[in-house]
Design a protein around this ligand. Sequence first.
Ligand code: ZN
Length: 267
Amino acid sequence: MHLDSSAHDGPTAPDGTPWWELTIVPGTRAKPFGQERRLAAWLWFNKEIGDTFTMNELREALGQDIVGKSEHLNRRLRTLRAVGWVVPSHNDDGSLKPGEYRVEVKGARYWLDEDRRAHRRFAPSARVRRLVIDRDGGRCAICGIANGESYPGEPSSKARLTIGHRVPQERLRARGATDDIDNWRTECARCNEPVRDEIPDPRQYDEVLAQVRRLSRSNKRTLLNWLQRGERTRSELDRVYDHARILTHGEKEDLITYLQNSSASSS
Ligand SMILES: [Zn+2]
């Protein structure tokens, strides 16, 4: 049986079994249903973006064999990470406890043949990922945050960079086009989430509009440009700051002294 995505959007296989409980591929006699597939399906349908999960939780849901030891789980998570999943462990993120993981981006629906194949074809290599993030100056093209920085007003948050498509891959695929590096851009895990389809809140719009009204004419122009492009460009000043912030502590001190002197002399 071909498990295509449009016909099998829900949490259960054609025979009504949840995907994560399958042991053999539906319609076959004994072809094992891979453990990565079960893991992906369980996470997809049981966890929201931002939720954490533990080894014990997985053992209970999927059985000992799938995550008997942490290296088993890590191997399976590596497979999922290669098809777009962002699932940090406590090694990646100090706010997580040992044995705890967080779902930050849901990648390919690995249990569905079509999605798995498509992602294999379109998944960027580590080299492409590095090139794209370097090209974009190590910042999310949408909100401008750098890896490890905290989001405004949330000092304990920590941004993680991934790469995403400018033109959605479904559309590329429909055109029969191949993916190239220009179609990738750096995105933080938060901006990479699918756009929320919410009911518009008029109060929120009014608030934003009031803030926009207070902007200078040139800031309004910049904002217009960002909204039209769907991403923010970085000014010369931003780029200088990007370079300055990675100087050594001593070099930064020197720079601060230079700026203090030069702003004193120019005023
Ligand atoms: Zn972002």
